[in-house]
Design a protein around this ligand. Sequence first.
Ligand SMILES: NC(=O)c1ccc[n+]([C@@H]2O[C@H](COP(=O)([O-])OP(=O)(O)OC[C@H]3O[C@@H](n4cnc5c(N)ncnc54)[C@H](OP(=O)(O)O)[C@@H]3O)[C@@H](O)[C@H]2O)c1
Length: 392
Amino acid sequence: MGRSNTTDRPYDIVLFGATGFVGALTAEYLAAHAPKGLRWAVSGRGEERLRALRDRLPGGEAIGVLPADVTDPASLRALAGQARVVATTVGPYLTHGEELLAACADAGTDYLDLCGEAEFVDLMYVRHDARARETGARLLHAAGFDSVPYDLGAYFTVRQLPEGVPLSVDGFMAADAMFSGGTFASSLHQAGRVRQMTAAARERRRHEPRLVGRRASVPVSAPRFAGEVGAWAVPMPTIDPQIVCRSARALDRYGPDFRYRQYAAVRRLPVALGGVAAFGALAAAAQLPPARRWLTERYRPGDGPDAEKRARSWFSLRLVGEGAGRRVYTEVAGGDPGYGETAKMFAEAAMALVLDALPDTSGQVTTAVAMGDALIERLVRAGITFRVAATR
Ligand SMILES: NC(=O)c1ccc[n+]([C@@H]2O[C@H](COP(=O)([O-])OP(=O)(O)OC[C@H]3O[C@@H](n4cnc5c(N)ncnc54)[C@H](OP(=O)(O)O)[C@@H]3O)[C@@H](O)[C@H]2O)c1
């Protein structure tokens, strides 16, 4: 079966979770930047709060309101049937996400989330990728700061390197930013499920076709001083390297043997060591339910950095790519990574699915595979830097 024709549905985009922290920022971004004529709606479980949000947005009278609740599967099916693209910020996705994704896969509706939970992404591949391929639905995860800069940054870097040869890319992230209650809750939830995450990854490997004649891998790496960027580099245990690797598996342009490593870049060794220790302590605490509950209560859902803090926040991802004796230094950079820029990336990716001429894809796909060039172009227009800093 090919892509379902969804153009006659009432909405181009439905934003589910619009009353949450990132949801509201995404709604504001869409209200300010959606082209005239784009039909979109805010959705979530509190109809009154949705109406209040809609009423304070510029052009609000044209924005639809669709009440839906993850505890009411019929409302999710109705939602999936009314949209061409569903963009959801309702996490933790392991708890709240599957019914909606399944409804989208069934209805041929494109689905986009902000999920950085590797277990969820792997389980959704195993359970719903085949159905989405039948209906033509595109299922995109991690369409925010996790993992768009890394995925598109690696894609952009690869395109500066020779074709048909082994390539390696190292990403070094530096940022000054804070997280929201929702992000904290999702990260803690994930950190408490290492065993289940490993099992889901194994299950995925059993289902995923083997890559023939090519390799794409994430070598294990240790903290080190990275002379190429003049900073201490600490490996980042996030979903991003897996996403980059999936793009490399899908696209021949990454060459016959592609390797990707990712680090947090910090200037001083004590900061690097402190980061490793803090992560270890948090991961250990997440294994104990009472400690996890106590930590979750420190940051409430809906909380997040205020506008002033967000305005001072920034990120800079420096990438070093190598292949056939050529070395290229690139950078992806922008403002507040977790929220302002996440809302921008998320909204632009949703609009790309509706408005841009994209490669013909379906099933679980990464942003680089589904919309690499189109999304880079959109993000550059929206003020995010993608640049080649030097070549050797
Ligand atoms: N990929 C990235 O870079 C990135 C960046 C930031 C955030 N995130 C992720 O995005 C997600 C949202 O973060 P956030 O800070 O915006 O969290 P949040 O403020 O807690 O928002 C969560 C949203 O989920 C909704 N919700 C909860 N239970 C629901 C239910 N039963 N039915 C319908 N809606 C329900 C909430 O609705 P109410 O308003 O009714 O409570 C709210 O709209 C988290 O999973 C976070 O990890 C990812």
